[in-house]
Design a protein around this ligand. Structure first.
Ligand code: DSN
Length: 397
């Protein structure tokens, strides 16, 4: 690369990534093949529209790439093309979710989503996001005693509020989700059921986390978390007489986006092929084992894990209210303190609110830990036990 300044910064970031223990639950490391597709000449081409119906000439190759990505996405999740459609153009998770609302919920209509403070995502209707400005969020949370979903309460909220669409799927909830119950709740108020499996997509592909496809109308997922692909997102929709697929395609383009990033879509296709291998299934199972070992070991060391553990790749540690009181200063830690201390010791995490947090999101009570990235680097249970001990040592100092 001739641009020395950028080259140096890329090298510095590569070095950083190699030298730390990365426990950011939403990150992963892509293969060289994914990087090659992302950095290819495909970035030079405009391809507004969809395969076979583009607004620019010269798109025969691009059509093949986009169709291959679609084919691989359906195949990976064992979906028949006669029953499911997939849009592979969303640039990332937030535009994917907003495109679904744009397609299916009238402006000002109600979206029932988990509140950010309990583990939901900004785009599940939070007021600072377009999803909470153009639509109205009906929030739900977890039960205080179990810190898990209370489906009876969800049903009461849905019956009372009659949302147009219910979102199941979260960024900081570590337990399995009963998609059948969500379907029953959605049916009880005639709402669409959208599952945002951005965090667990790779675990679903690997067959180690419940699949939402039997029950959902629409499923969104990012590709760059447990699915281990480039930054991008997919929207799956059930094909029936409601024509969800057509409405969603229109919402993505021209509703939300212009020309798709075909270099990104090619990289998605590469990642989807990688995720269909037995090696990936083994990886997905190891991701969960590693997260569970991390949670169990931290519990043994007296740290409080929200909801008592994890069924997925992530866990929340309550370092404030349930934190270890015997730090050398004799004080509890905030999530911000904990994340800063860990970063100094080479462990990268993010501060995170915990359900019913008494602190603010900028300095909350918890930290979120995930196992997907370090599992890609070959770490196993023994390594995650050691990571737990290191976290404990750093936070108790
Ligand atoms: N920011 C992502 C996460 O960390 O979970 C979700 O968009």
């Amino acid at each position: 690369m001739k641009d020395i300044q950028i080259k140096k910064l890329i090298d510095a970031e590569k070095k950083r990534q190699k030298s730390v223990i990365n426990l950011i639950a939403s990150e992963n490391y892509v293969s060289k093949d994914v990087l090659e597709a992302l950095g290819s000449e495909l970035t030079n081409k405009y391809a507004e529209g969809y395969p076979g119906a583009r607004y620019y000439g010269g798109n025969k190759v691009m059509d093949k790439i986009e169709n291959l990505a679609k084919e691989r996405a359906l195949k990976l999740f064992k979906l028949s093309p006669s029953e499911w459609s997939v849009n592979v153009q969303p640039l990332s998770g937030s535009p994917a979710n907003v495109a679904v609302y744009l397609a299916l919920v009238p402006q000002g209509g109600k979206i029932m989503g988990m509140s950010l403070a309990h583990g939901g995502h900004l785009t599940h209707g939070h007021k600072v996001s377009i999803s909470g400005k153009m639509w109205q969020q009906v929030p739900y949370g977890v039960a205080q005693n179990t810190e898990t979903l209370d489906y009876e309460e969800l049903k009461d909220i849905a019956t009372r509020e009659k949302p147009a669409l219910i979102v199941a799927g979260f960024t900081a909830y570590s337990r399995t989700i009963d998609f059948k119950k969500f379907r029953e709740i959605a049916d009880s108020c005639s709402a669409y059921l959208m599952v945002d499996m951005s965090h667990t997509g790779g675990l679903v592909a690997g067959g180690v986390y419940p699949s939402p496809f039997l029950y959902a109308d629409v499923v969104t997922t990012t590709v760059h978390k447990t699915l281990r692909g480039p930054r991008a997102a997919l929207i799956f929709s059930r094909k029936d007489n409601r024509e969800l697929d057509k409405k969603i395609d229109k919402a993505v383009f021209p509703g939300m986006q212009g020309g798709p990033h075909l270099n990104q879509i090619a990289a998605v296709a590469v990642a989807l092929k990688e995720a269909s291998t037995p090696a990936f299934r083994k990886y997905a199972a190891q991701v969960i084992k590693n997260a569970q070992v991390l949670a169990d070991e931290l519990k043994k060391l007296d740290w409080r894990i929200v909801s008592g553990g994890t069924d997925s790749h992530l866990l929340l540690v309550d370092v404030w209210m349930g934190g270890c009181p015997s730090t050398s200063s004799g004080q509890s830690l905030t999530g911000k303190d904990a994340s800063e201390r860990l970063e100094k010791a080479g462990i990268i995490v993010n501060k995170n609110t915990i359900p019913f947090d008494t602190r603010s999101p900028v300095d909350p009570s918890g930290i979120r830990l995930g196992s997907a990235a370090e599992t890609t680097r070959g770490k196993k249970e023994k390594d995650f036990r050691e990571i737990a001990w290191k976290i404990d040592r750093v936070l108790r100092r």
